[in-house]
Design a protein around this ligand. Sequence first.
Ligand SMILES: Nc1ncnc2c1ncn2[C@@H]1O[C@H](COP(=O)(O)OP(=O)(O)OP(=O)(O)O)[C@@H](O)[C@H]1O
Ligand SMILES: [Mg+2]
Length: 267
Amino acid sequence: MTIQLVTDQTKAKAEATRVASPLAVRGMTVSYGQTPAIFSVDMTVRAGAMTAIVGPNGAGKSTLLKAALQVIKPLAGTVTVFGQPLERMRDRIAYVPQRASVDWDFPTRVIDVVLMGMYRQLGLLGRVRAKHRAQAMEALVRVGMTDFATRQIGQLSGGQQQRVFLARALAQHADVYVLDEPFAGVDAATEKAIIAVLKELRDTGRTVLAVHHDLATVPDYFDDVVLLNTQVIAAGPVETTFTEDNLQAAYGGRLTTARVDPESIAG
Ligand SMILES: Nc1ncnc2c1ncn2[C@@H]1O[C@H](COP(=O)(O)OP(=O)(O)OP(=O)(O)O)[C@@H](O)[C@H]1O
Ligand SMILES: [Mg+2]
């Protein structure tokens, strides 16, 4: 009787956490061929926090994001956004894919790339009005790219493109920002600019989920961490989860060249 009650309470608590979560993934398995890229992944992203997904190359980090946003079809698994099916909540989520995956061989101006982020507000046949252009420019201001508004996106450097993609996500006015390695290949100034924008989003109640490669900056940048290697190795607050043991488990023997500053990690 008592045990049943406790079980029910635990279940109810888990359900409440899931409903409150801006992005909750359950039992997600994705396979491109014989072996699964991710297997039975559960992830409950905490609202108003910045969460890093960390793991070695090929661990399935990008796959997890794509499956969570239904860019690719999983073998199994469900996704809820604030407790609702993703289909109904799509406009609440902004997604910035891994940079190398976007190929701009057709001419598109920077301002138009940002306006693309606003197509849900515009509607399919909606006209771009002055107010939309003003909003797009506002987003470019936040990432320091106003001078490039009328340049072709393909003519920008990688780091500049990354700023523009962040501006597009900002223009969407989403609740959840999902980014796949937003700092890959950007210089220190751009990294600083991007992290400032992401922290500002977090501090105004938005939720940020990002794949991140630089272990040294995890404690400084993020509140929570998910250590992934096909399966979830550990997940939770950085202070208790981002430990040497968990990192070794996630990276296997491959952590020898990566440096983790023990000073910055408690637990
Ligand atoms: N379209 C695809 N077709 C076949 N295999 C794929 C495809 N995309 C990814 N994979 C494989 O799935 C596994 C996970 O890939 P994924 O891109 O999710 O890893 P990742 O953790 O994001 O790696 P990285 O740190 O290099 O970005 C890898 O073994 C990869 O080779
Ligand atoms: Mg990836």
